[in-house]
Design a protein around this ligand. Sequence first.
Ligand SMILES: Nc1ncnc2c1ncn2[C@@H]1O[C@H](COP(=O)(O)OP(=O)(O)OP(=O)(O)O)[C@@H](O)[C@H]1O
Ligand SMILES: [Mg+2]
Length: 121
Amino acid sequence: MYSDSTTTETATRAAVSAVDISKTYGEGEAAVKALCTVSIDVAPGEFLAVMGPSGSGKSTLMHLLAGLDRPTEGNVYIDGDNVTRMKDKELTLLRRKPSASSSRRSTSSPSSQLRRTSCCR
Ligand SMILES: Nc1ncnc2c1ncn2[C@@H]1O[C@H](COP(=O)(O)OP(=O)(O)OP(=O)(O)O)[C@@H](O)[C@H]1O
Ligand SMILES: [Mg+2]
């Protein structure tokens, strides 16, 4: 899946930010490229719809943005913290935080967006 959102200018105030993340499951001939260099910023209070055909990587993206899985490449930030580099124990503590998916710093208004996605194969 590709994202057509390329800006990372708002990364410092985003609740969740992904920078050039890719995800490949498996290795060698069995490797499946689920995400290819996706960048996205989700502002505090923002509602985001991820759309795409079955197998295009929607669940993979959500898992990565939630810190439930690690990207093969790139970085994911939640409230400014790089979850890609966190150890399992740190991730567990992050998931327990009520504010894990909302910013403590921003005062921006809620908004909604629709972003187009497409399969990378
Ligand atoms: N754990 C895994 N191991 C290997 N391949 C996987 C794994 N999870 C997902 N995939 C593959 O990665 C690709 C993206 O899967 P993903 O589940 O993210 O798609 P999706 O857009 O959520 O699909 P759906 O709309 O059917 O829920 C698919 O080709 C899928 O088969
Ligand atoms: Mg899914």
